[in-house]
Design a protein around this ligand. Structure first.
Ligand SMILES: Nc1nc2c(c(=O)[nH]1)N[C@H]1C(S)=C(S)[C@@H](COP(=O)(O)O)O[C@H]1N2
Ligand SMILES: [Mo]
Length: 252
């Protein structure tokens, strides 16, 4: 059985055995172990909690599937037009030499990194699937600095629970829990298919979270904030996505 169908089975199984009355019990358990996602109050409510809790309990350390070079999609699929803000275009004209990734919040040493600095750190490459919730997907090789490396440099405080990330493009921000933030496949990505990450795919910097759906992979990131509480961001649902009906946790 494929990894995906196995996970689906586990999820459906958990949901089925939970049943109507069991849902309350499951939610209580999830709460006790800190497994309630920030958007649990949405129309999906208990369903989101079950999905997130089941995934975290069963697949916390699992790896997104990796592919071979011959499986890379040609050409990759670019979703929409590249962002065209004035400040962005100015930075682009300068080869993104002045682009900064600011890291703040619950960290011992807030810092800001240039693309060149990020490139000087140990790099990691992976050939993984980017899947849009709208149905299309492609496989590409992504290269970047593991987010865990960047977080180690700034020193996350023990009470940290989430990393929130912001795009220069208005309206695009999201967050992941520490299991995904520290996961070895989560990268601050600056390269794709052996070249510089194209602007259409989020260059100069994009957060690549291969264990979650396309929309969690925010392009043009300029800031990361480490926090223990997502209530203070946007409508308090953990990202912009739940505000328009998409789950905060989009594991696959
Ligand atoms: N800043 C920003 N990030 C974004 C988006 C966007 O429009 N703006 N689209 C998201 C969605 S819905 C998907 S499916 C992927 C698409 O990535 P791609 O263009 O590399 O295919 O990027 C995600 N990250
Ligand atoms: Mo998407």
């Amino acid at each position: 059985m494929s990894d995906l169908s196995r996970r689906k089975l586990i999820r459906t199984g958990l949901a089925a055995t939970a049943g109507a009355s069991g849902l309350a019990v499951a939610a209580k358990l999830a709460d006790r172990f800190g497994l309630i996602p920030p958007d649990h109050g949405s129309i999906y409510g208990p369903g989101e909690t079950l999905t997130y809790a089941a995934q975290r309990l069963l697949t916390r350390h699992s790896m997104a599937r990796e592919f071979t070079h011959s499986q890379i999609s040609k050409p990759p699929f670019q979703n929409g037009e590249p962002f065209q803000g004035d400040a962005f275009k100015r930075l682009q004209a300068g080869g993104f030499a002045d682009w900064r990734l600011r890291v703040d919040g619950m960290v011992a040493r807030p810092a800001s990194f240039s693309v060149a600095e990020l490139r000087s750190y140990p790099s990691s490459s992976q050939i993984t699937h980017l899947a849009c919730e709208e149905g299309w997907s492609f496989i590409a090789e992504w290269t970047g600095a593991p987010l865990s490396h960047v977080l180690n440099l700034v020193g996350i405080l023990p009470q940290a629970r989430y990393v929130v990330y912001f795009s220069m493009e208005p309206g695009w921000w999201d967050s992941v829990d520490m299991a995904d933030a520290l996961h070895p496949q989560t990268l601050v990505t600056y390269g794709m298919n052996g070249a510089t990450l194209p602007v259409g795919h989020g260059g100069p910097l994009r957060l690549r979270v291969p264990r979650q759906l396309g929309y969690k992979n925010v392009k043009y990131i300029t800031r990361l904030t480490v926090t223990d509480n997502l209530k203070q961001f946007g409508k308090g649902l953990g990202s912009a996505s739940p505000e328009s009906g998409y789950a905060w946790y989009a594991g696959m």
